[in-house]
Design a protein around this ligand. Structure first.
Ligand SMILES: C[S@@+](CC[C@H](N)C(=O)[O-])C[C@H]1O[C@@H](n2cnc3c(N)ncnc32)[C@H](O)[C@@H]1O
Length: 253
């Protein structure tokens, strides 16, 4: 990974593909829009929230969650395969002792925050984490982190992270990713535009969509799945195009 100093803010790039970690926008503003506002983080009617921070990277999303916790107790379960982005990412944080502690111990505890990092491959560590209320799904794209978008990984995400009240946000608007989640029982809706992306994705349980009045994808999106060569990841045998098209989420659109 490489740290790149732009005219207005720092970015971190994957050293093989050059993909930028917080593409096109000041990292903390992007985290506010995509991972705090989009997940309804502040509207959860709970005194304690558990957040899965998938792809800890430079720690921007996790630190933004801490900043927005208010009176709530916050449990952050971060997943990360490499310490490098956080070491490089220290340059963009004000509270560097907090980041140092995470780099050294993989954990941090205060009266209101319990933050631990599962170092290693998400596919191996996911089963150890506490059930989430909110999921920040922020691996690099298919090109850079292909295993994180495989059907097997999304099945694990669903097995350990999905329930009726969970909300997930991601920058991705991939039809294949959305199709996998719908086939696995999630409701999927249109996420807000961010930076150069015209749309992103919000997903969750039916109850969460009802509680927060989130609309599932409009019916016109059915065509995308019908026309797509890969409406879901090709390694998935547990779902079919038919299971995507017949999801009950379309009844609410
Ligand atoms: C786009 S960056 C995340 C940026 C981060 N959310 C932030 O707030 O700064 C994606 C991260 O996912 C991590 N990653 C990729 N594959 C992974 C895997 N199999 N398990 C855990 N983390 C993974 C990468 O190392 C990288 O740091």
């Amino acid at each position: 990974m490489r740290l790149i100093k732009g005219s207005e803010f720092y970015s971190i790039a994957d050293s093989v593909t050059g993909e930028l970690m917080h593409s096109g926008m000041e990292p903390f503003s992007q985290a506010e829009t995509l991972y705090i506002e989009q997940t309804r983080f502040k509207n959860f009617n709970k005194d304690q929230l558990t957040v899965w921070d998938v792809g800890l990277g430079a720690g921007v999303n996790a630190v933004t969650a801490i900043k927005n916790a208010g009176d709530k107790k916050l449990i952050i379960e971060s997943f990360e395969i490499s310490k490098e982005p956080l070491i490089l990412g220290k340059a963009i944080h004000n509270d560097t002792p907090l980041i140092d502690q995470i780099i050294e111990n993989g954990s941090y505890k205060s009266e209101s925050v319990t933050w631990r990092v599962f170092w290693g491959d998400f596919r191996d560590t996911v089963k150890e984490a506490q059930r989430p209320d909110i999921i920040f799904w922020d691996p690099f794209s298919m090109k850079t982190n292909p295993t994180m978008w495989e059907g097997k990984t999304l099945e694990l995400l669903t097995r350990f992270g999905f329930h009726e009240n969970v909300i997930l946000s991601t920058y991705s608007s991939s039809t294949r990713f959305r199709g996998a989640l719908i086939g696995l029982g999630w409701f999927v809706g249109l996420g807000v535009p961010v930076s150069e992306r015209k749309e992103t994705t919000i997903a969750g349980g039916e109850q969460a969509f009802k509680e927060f009045n989130i609309s599932p994808l409009p019916g016109i999106y059915l065509e995308r799945f019908k026309l797509s060569h890969t409406p879901f990841p090709s390694d998935m045998t547990s779902i079919s195009l038919q299971s995507i098209l017949s999801s009950k989420m379309w009844l609410d659109t």
